[in-house]
Ligand binder design. Structure first.
Ligand SMILES: [Zn+2]
Ligand SMILES: [Zn+2]
Length: 144
């Protein structure tokens, strides 16, 4: 990599800031693809590969969370306080779930193990309101 090219370096860090700022506004836990569409309103020429690479770096730095959802595309979360998630089994939508007690913060977990703690996986599953409505509408009246 050519560090003398400060123009490129500046552009790269600007891209990362925009990606982080846009993700922080969202509560939808977008995939890299979905976030790329949103980021393009501010950076029309940004590629999906660039968005994906920046999300990886931000996740490694602990600035965002990468949600590990079984059999799905990665989804990303700009919200950093500990919270749980609920995923729709039909459309894959993910919503925050504020429960007490909250999930244990990772630094706290790290104090209790010699494993290098890399993440945690707490996820509930169900039907989102939109899919519930569609599901109810498709039932015969006698069953609804
Ligand atoms: Zn749904
Ligand atoms: Zn979340």
């Amino acid at each position: 990599m050519n560090y003398a090219d400060t123009g490129t370096t500046r552009r790269r860090s600007h891209q990362r800031e925009v990606i982080l700022a846009e993700l922080a506004k969202l509560r939808t836990h977008p995939t890299a693809d979905e976030l790329c569409q949103i980021v393009r309103r501010r950076l029309p020429r940004v590629s999906l590969a660039t968005v994906y690479r920046n999300l990886e770096v931000l996740a490694e730095q602990g600035l965002i969370a990468r949600l590990e959802l079984s059999g799905q595309q990665w989804r990303f979360d700009g919200r950093k306080d500990p919270h749980s998630h609920i995923r729709c089994v039909t459309c894959g939508a993910v919503a925050d779930l504020d429960l007490t007690p909250t999930p244990t913060p990772l630094p706290e977990v790290q104090r209790h193990t010699d494993y290098a703690v890399a993440g945690q996986h707490t996820e509930f599953a169900g039907l989102c309101p939109a899919c519930r409505a569609a599901h109810d509408a498709s039932l015969p009246e006698a069953l609804a």
